[in-house]
Every structure is written in C-alpha cells, then in structure tokens.
Design a protein around this ligand. Structure first.
Ligand code: FAD
Length: 281
C-alpha cells in the first residue's frame, strides 16, 4: 500500500502544466481519488506527478450563450451544489450527488473522473444524455470532442498524450424538460453497478425528445438510441426500455452477472424515464 517513490510538481499556470506533461512522461494529478489508490497498489508507478488541482483558470463554473462551462478541476461537490448547475443542468447536479460519499465528492474532480473513464463512473451517463463536449488542450493543440466520441472503452478516452481536459461544456437543459438520474450503487464502493440518466421533453402527451445515457453495464457508457427513438415515435415506456442494452457488451463480475446487469439497466431506465416524464412540463 506504499507507492513507488515519485516527484511531486505543482505548476503555477496552465501553460507550465501543459509544458510539463507535453512528452507524456509525467502523470497529471487532480483530486487523486483514483490515481493515488492505483499508485498505492502499484498498478500505476509514475516517476513524477503534476498536481493541477490549484492551477488558476482550471476550476469554476460559468454559463454563457446557452452553455455551462465547468472547469476540469471543479469538484463533484461543487457540481452538485452550484446554483448555476442546479438551475441550468439539474440532471448533472443530481448525477454528481450520487458519486461516492461526501469526502470523495469534496476532493474528486469532474475532469479527473472523465479522464479516468471508469466503466462504473456516474458522470458519463449524464454527459452522454446531455450532449456534453470536452475541451482538450495540449502545448500545441486545442480541440473540442463530443462526449459520445470521448469515452472510447474501459479506462480509455480520446485524450492524446500531453493533452489535458480543461473544461466540460454542457448545453443548458430547457426549463420544460424532465431530468432524472437513477443508480444502483455497489454496496461497498458506491460506484454504479448501473446508472441511468434520462431527459424527456414532451408536447401534450407526446414525447418530443428522449435522451437516455447508461453507465455501469458494459466497458463504456452508451446512449440507448433505440429506446430514445421508440419513445420519440410514440411507443410506450415498457416497449422502449425493453431495448436498452441491445447490442451492447456487458460486464460480468462477482457482484453482478451480465444478464442481471442488463436486466437492471432496463428496470432503472424505466424508472428514470417515468420520473423524467412526470417532471417534464
Ligand atoms: P485523479 O485520481 O487525480 O486522476 C484520475 C486520472 O485522471 C489520472 O489518470 C489523471 O492523470 C487523470 N486526470 C485528472 N485530471 C485530468 C485532466 N484535467 N485532464 C486529463 N487527465 C486528467 N466515482 C463515481 O463516478 N461514482 C462513485 O460512486 C464513486 N465512488 C468512489 C468511492 C471511493 C471510495 C473513491 C476513492 C472514489 C470513488 N469514485 C466514484 C471516483 C471519484 O469520482 C474520483 O474523484 C474520480 O474518478 C477521479 O477524479 P480525481 O479528480 O480524483 O482524479
């Protein structure tokens, strides 16, 4: 449980941080909630970590032009309690409130969670349902990647060596839409055995927009596009959610076998959609 010896560097600016990680040799440290346990288990053994938690300009939450911009080092607790996010992206605030416990939420960061891409992390379900984007910056590049292209596989993202997530861009939810995040938390770790984020817009009794993001079921989070399409074309909720997970790879472990995980994904998608529907006006 003792990590290999390593250098610890605190850059004063984003530019300095980018220069330090440019060759891909050093490891970025944010909240340390995932990296430090890996180092203690010696599953990661960086010779130097670059602590970005207090780099100016990497934290904070602001809204402009219908987009909420969340700095990468913003903690989960700041996300769940931000007046801007509660008002403009309530699905994301609800999702953040389900992460771990208060100690984890006080230290863990949104950028760290996304970069780590744990298959059982909560944010990916909400970020997919919200059509969020990631701004990725290196010493020589600055690009924006859709959430659907960012989460590639278990613990694998679109980040290139030397790139940092600097902000997560989340389109403002319409006040009339209904959001809901439903989760089966693992009893020991709190991670999502299944997490489902749903957004519903309706006109009268007709669903005009459905978004369903699922995490925990397979190696990476995914959108339940067939279920979304069925809901938008007038199918009832039961018929739509029966398609959730079709064609997706399923994880299986000592706690939850693959078939059980897929079953949970459908049950919790049904609950998330039903509540989102009742919240839509
Ligand atoms: P770190 O651990 O510092 O870094 C994680 C990885 O991301 C490292 O590879 C690092 O190099 C990289 N990185 C960090 N920031 C950036 C950046 N800006 N750009 C590029 N790369 C970066 N998560 C859940 O979703 N749901 C849970 O229920 C949950 N429960 C937890 C329970 C416990 C007891 C613990 C310890 C963790 C739990 N987590 C859970 C994980 C938690 O959310 C972590 O905060 C998160 O996974 C990592 O964020 P961090 O800021 O601590 O990143």
């Amino acid at each position: 449980m003792i990590p290999q010896e390593f250098e610890y560097t605190v850059p004063a600016t984003l530019q300095e941080a980018l220069t330090l990680v440019a060759d891909g040799e050093r490891k970025i440290l944010a909240g340390g909630m995932s990296l430090i346990p890996l180092m203690k288990l010696r599953l990661a053994a960086p010779s130097e970590v670059v602590d970005i938690a207090r780099v100016p300009g990497l934290g904070g939450i602001e809204e402009s032009g219908g987009v909420v911009r969340i700095g990468a080092t913003t903690t989960h607790h700041a996300v769940e309690s931000s007046p801007i996010i509660l008002a403009k992206c309530p699905l994301l605030a609800e999702c953040a409130s389900h992460i771990g416990d208060i100690q984890v939420r006080n230290v863990g960061t949104m950028g760290g969670s996304a970069a780590h891409a744990d298959p059982a992390a909560d944010y990916p379900a909400a970020l997919l349902a919200l059509d969020a984007k990631f701004r990725l910056v290196s010493a020589t590049s600055d690009r924006v990647v859709e959430a659907a292209d960012f989460f590639v596989d278990a613990f694998t993202t679109a980040l290139e060596p030397g790139e940092l997530i600097v902000e997560i861009q989340v389109p403002v939810e319409e006040a009339s839409e209904g959001p809901r995040y439903e989760k089966v938390a693992h009893p020991a770790s709190g991670f999502a055995v299944i997490g489902v984020a749903a957004r519903i817009k309706k006109s009268g009794d007709r669903i005009t927009m459905a978004r369903i993001g699922v995490t925990g079921m397979g190696p990476r989070a995914f959108r339940a596009r067939e279920a979304e399409r069925l809901l938008e074309s007038g199918s009832d909720v039961a018929a739509a959610i029966a398609t959730v997970g079709n064609g997706e790879e399923v994880n299986s472990d000592l706690y939850a076998a693959g078939d059980y995980r897929r079953h949970l994904a459908r049950v919790y998608a049904g609950r998330a959609v039903t509540t989102a529907l009742s919240r839509a006006s």
